[in-house]
Design a protein around this ligand. Structure first.
Ligand code: FAD
Length: 443
């Protein structure tokens, strides 16, 4: 006699019976649907026996309950500036979460494949150090790579950029986040951002995940100041933008940390949203395919997405002009140096305009703070600047310097219960110096 519980539950389904059920799916559409519904409700969690001794569970809903985070600092975008900001915040004791919509840290430096950071030095002296440099240095050392001779002023600026292994860099960035106590959420992005009395409530989504974050400070490191855009704060963008680039390797192996990857322009590349970014990727890959057909060489390597040189910049508490940039203006609230030629790519290519001897631009804290905002700061290529200044400021070492400064300012603001602009500059400088950064004008 079957027991009472066996009468109530459907009999276990063997793999064979399950296959025969699914094989007749087309003939028996409705019956099969009913069968599945019954199984889904009455027998959730029922083991399916198989001949290979594995068991499967009948699962109704694989999504997790909403995740809740109560934190000090939320970094959105884990790219070139973002992971540095998060590591700084974590090391300084802030409870920190980094939300990155892609699958790894590093952004354009890793996923974009532009692992050639510059410039950490100017006129024979190191000007940017801290966390970004620590990561680049460790990547090169672990990879048995080579550093340029920074003591020498190079003929061409790129001679002092550092060949970095993009894969190692991404893993080391994860390791340093873990060591700093920074939580990472890949494949997620913010859906809504609301101001609260003491900070923010940010609802993020990913596939199968929903997350509610309550934080005191936001650092927007999305490249194009997407969070600032979501909040309806003004952003700057030109009618004509620099082309993006797609990176690949044709006919020879990509040697990470040893050589530069081939690249082709993606004109009109627009990182505004997933539709425009999709278009850029499709255009980029189509052009790569055309190259393969034309040159009849093997495609040996390809990055997963387009690198975007330009999109939106914030309208900050101050704006860095090209004059400020080329004259090496020492802003009174400078938090980092920057160094690179004015480097505007156009339809026909690029002609970098080197800075005059001795000039070293600086980045003021106010250029990282959206005008009239509270409890939000940005870092990276979206820094408040005019287009020409931005063409030089956007490079990786400068973005890393900005990231570290934003991480320090946000952490102190969270601790002091204030907004980054109100944190005494001396405190930001002291924290940055403690974490290895070089402060402009304070040799
Ligand atoms: C083709 C090309 C060549 C370049 N060459 C050099 C070079 O040789 N040397 C150099 O130093 N610099 C170079 N640059 C410039 C430099 O790489 C970039 O300007 C810099 O890396 C930008 O850093 P970022 O942190 O602002 O943005 P990114 O590094 O792009 O990071 C932004 C991150 O935010 C994430 N993100 C975006 N939106 C969201 C969202 N809503 N939610 C969650 N995550 C989000 C992205 O996935 C990404 O990881 C080049 C740039 C390009 C495109």
């Amino acid at each position: 006699m079957p027991s009472k519980s066996n009468l109530l539950l459907p009999q276990p389904i063997t793999a064979e019976r399950y296959n025969s059920m699914t094989n007749t799916q087309h003939d028996n559409g409705r019956r099969n649907f009913l069968q599945k519904s019954v199984l889904g409700t009455a027998a959730a969690g029922l083991a399916i026996a198989s001949t290979t001794h594995t068991t499967a569970q009948t699962v109704q809903d694989a999504s997790e309950p909403e995740i809740m985070n109560e934190i000090d600092v939320l970094v959105i975008g884990g790219g070139t500036a973002g992971h540095v900001a998060a590591i700084q915040a974590g090391r300084a004791g802030a409870k920190t979460l980094i939300v990155e919509r892609n699958s790894q840290l590093g952004g354009t430096t890793t996923t974009g494949g532009v692992s050639f950071p510059g410039l950490f030095d100017a006129w024979g002296k190191q000007i940017i150090a801290g966390i970004g440099w620590e990561l680049v240095k460790e990547s090169v050392e672990l990879d048995n790579g080579k550093f340029p001779n920074f003591a020498k002023v190079p003929q061409r600026h790129w001679q002092n950029q550092v060949f970095t292994n993009q894969f190692l860099y991404a893993i080391l960035a994860e390791e340093k986040c873990a060591q700093a106590g920074v939580e990472i959420a890949f494949y997620e992005f913010p859906q809504t951002v609301e101001q609260t009395s003491d900070g923010w409530q940010v609802d993020c989504v990913g596939f199968g995940t929903r997350r509610r974050v309550r934080c005191k400070q936001i650092i927007d490191c999305t490249g194009g100041a997407e969070v600032v855009g979501m909040l309806g704060m003004p952003r700057l963008r030109e009618e004509e933008r620099q082309p993006g680039s797609f990176l690949f390797m044709l006919g020879k192996e990509h040697q990470p940390g040893r050589n530069q990857i081939h690249r082709l322009y993606v004109h009109g590349a627009d990182s505004t949203n997933s539709r425009t970014a999709t278009e850029a990727n499709l255009t980029g890959r189509k052009s790569v395919l055309a190259r393969v057909r034309k040159e009849k060489k093997r495609l040996m390597h390809m990055q997963p997405e387009t690198g975007f040189r330009e999109s939106y910049r914030i309208e900050g508490e101050t704006l860095i002009t090209v004059n400020d940039y080329t004259s090496g203006r020492l802003f009174e609230d400078a938090i980092s140096y920057a160094f690179y030629p004015v480097d505007l790519h156009t339809k026909t290519g690029v002609r970098p305009k080197p800075l005059k001897p001795g000039k070293v631009p600086t980045i003021p804290l106010r250029a990282l703070i959206p005008k009239s905002s509270k409890n939000i700061i940005v870092a990276g290529r979206c820094v408040s600047s005019d287009r020409l200044a931005n063409s030089g400021l956007r490079v990786q070492a400068s973005c890393m310097g900005m990231g570290q400064a934003a991480g320090a300012a946000a952490t102190l603001a969270a601790k002091m219960g204030t907004t980054p602009l109100e944190v005494p500059l001396t405190k930001i400088h002291a924290l940055l110096r403690e974490h290895g950064q070089i402060i402009p004008g304070k040799a």
